[in-house]
Design a protein around this ligand. Structure first.
Ligand SMILES: *[C@@H]1O[C@H](CO)[C@@H](O)[C@H](O)[C@H]1NC(C)=O
Length: 332
């Protein structure tokens, strides 16, 4: 993602420098760093059936040098319809290289692009193919205009229309924490959250001890309907279960380990009625950053873990430093 972004910046500056119609001299500023999270701005009112969001100060002029991100999430088996108000104006430019709105079909800044918009004509109605839309509003340092107001509502996903009226999903949440632990899909039935045939949207909240972060390693992962993300996926959130904190989403044949930046991890499994053989098992390890304090164990990567995890039969470090030389220990 970082790679993709820097390429975008390079391409964008080249076009600005070489486009004959450009009236600005390479003024594109990098208003956000790669690590800084973009902020939501303008107003945003949300309700159960949809919501309305606007550019900053709308319908007055938006301020210069802004980047705003809006991520919309619909419930499982719903889609999003987005309508832009006719009172709309964004500084026009060739290919909307300067101020613009960008809409992507998914939860991430690298999800497939639906369109990039600017000028005086409000964009057409936009429909998501799934549960998410990612929207960026970008304003450079010059020529501000009124901006936009967008209204969205949730509509049933046509991919699921043959199922008729759907049963509400069972409540399904788990809480855990400590130096390490395992979260796994078999807990759903074992702990009576849902029957083995019901569709589920379950969340596991993992809370690390104070000043610790979380490392997540898959021990098992298989989706019954591989690559059908609308039917089954495992998602990882970093810091809260809000869509802005969505860090990774897996629905293909492989899932990668994830290093979180916070001490609150949320794992989410969505599986529809025909995907209940989808399963995962994940080991979480709480860690602190070096220098390692007191009796904690240094993983030879950027992790200090609780010393009780050394030689406990589970690999907690990124590489198995905590489980190497364990036979030597017992022999001595
Ligand atoms: C290591 O884990 C044990 C057991 O959970 C806990 O009592 C102890 O405080 C932990 N040590 C550190 C340094 O966090």
């Amino acid at each position: 993602m970082i790679y993709g972004r820097s390429v975008f910046h390079i391409v964008a500056s080249l076009i600005i420098l070489h486009s004959s119609g450009a009236t600005k001299k390479g003024t594109e500023k990098q208003t956000t760093s790669e690590t800084q999270k973009s902020v939501q701005c303008g107003t945003w009112t949300k309700h159960a059936e949809g919501g309305v969001f606007t550019s900053p100060n709308y319908p007055s002029k938006y301020p210069p040098d802004r980047e705003c991100i809006y991520i919309i999430e619909a419930a499982p088996r719903q889609c999003i319809e987005l309508h832009f108000d006719e009172k709309y104006s964004i500084e026009p430019s060739w290919e909307c290289k300067f101020d613009h709105i960008e809409v992507r079909d998914g939860p991430f800044g690298f999800s497939p692009i639906i369109g990039r918009f600017c000028g005086q004509q409000n964009p057409p109605t936009i429909k998501s193919s799934g549960r998410f839309l990612w929207i960026k509003f970008f304003a450079d340092g010059e020529l501000e205009s009124m901006g936009f107001s967008a209204r969205y509502n949730f509509t049933p996903d046509p991919d699921f229309k043959d199922l008729g009226v759907l049963k509400p999903l069972p409540a399904c949440e788990f809480e855990t924490g400590g130096p390490e632990g395992i979260v796994e899909s078999v807990q759903i039935v074992k702990e009576g959250k849902a029957s083995a045939s019901e569709a589920v949207d379950c969340k596991w909240y993992i809370r690390a001890p104070p000043r610790s972060k979380i490392y997540l390693r898959f021990l098992d992962y298989e989706m019954q309907n591989s690559n059908e993300c609308k039917r089954n996926f495992v998602a990882v959130y970093d810091g809260s279960s809000a869509v802005q904190d969505l860090k990774a989403k897996f629905c293909s044949t492989v899932a990668n380990d994830v290093m979180l930046r916070t001490g609150l991890g949320v794992i989410r499994l969505w599986a529809d009625e025909g995907s209940r053989n989808s399963r995962f098992q994940m080991l979480f390890t709480s860690f602190q950053e070096p220098p390692c304090e007191g009796s904690t164990f240094f993983c030879h990567s950027n992790m200090c873990i609780n010393s009780s995890l050394v030689c406990n039969g589970l690999q907690n470090c990124v590489y198995p430093w905590d489980e190497n030389h364990c036979k030597d220990q017992t022999a001595s």
